[in-house]
Write a protein that binds this ligand. Sequence first.
Ligand code: RUB
Length: 268
Amino acid sequence: MDSFSKICADIKSIKIQGATNVAKSAIKAYCLKPTKKSKEILIKLRPTEPMVSNALNILEKSSTENVLNHFENAQEFINYYIQKLISQNSVIFTHCHSNTLAQALISAHKSKKKFSIINTETRPLYQGHITAKQLSKAGIKVSMIVDSEMLEGIKNANIVLLGADAVTKKGVLNKVGSASIARIAKDYKKPLYIVTDSWKFSTHKIQIERRSPLEIWSRSPKNVKIENFSFDLIPIKQITEIVSEFGILSYKQFIKEAKKSLKRYGVK
Ligand code: RUB
């Protein structure tokens, strides 16, 4: 298998996981084979990740170095704003694995902010284990719960922080379970912040990826239908604010800034 195909296979099989890692790897793959066809292939691999098409479109008008610098700069700003957002001794609830959020939490911990995490294991692929490993290795206190205990977890937290796969005009798409988390957070009056790079914004219709039923049950009875939606939508009204490289903004303000910034690169 050539290097381009290897990266594609790793993105498809979720070995490469999380919107930003997927977009960075897509850039790397495209640089190995910069053709129209490879761009199409890369965009189709993970349909709920508009950051891939945004980054590839921007790459046509900018250098690889500029694109990669964007990711680093955005992360640094997000680290700064997360550090400001988190109160001392707070309990933070999160779900799945967002590298953007994990890096920001590690950075806040390094700057002496004290907090602890409650995170879900995140069935069926257990990305919550990645979050728990990264954060605990950095010295952050982590409690892991099964997904179905999310109500209790949110009740015991002060704030909910989630990553994003896509930010749309209707709301945020993130790992399946995020919509339930947002509803529960609203009920318990816990603030919910989305932590994201603005390149995940899209005005296009985003398809929700359905993955193999085998991820859920490899030897299920023939007459059992298994639904494996990978993401769900958090409606705008359940989101307190968005933390991005632009700051901690209302949904409306974030969209305005994201549109403006993508327009500068010629992305619609
Ligand atoms: C991962 C997921 C993450 C976002 C954001 O889902 O939903 O919250 O992708 O990640 P999956 P990041 O494991 O199916 O890719 O902040 O790293 O961009």
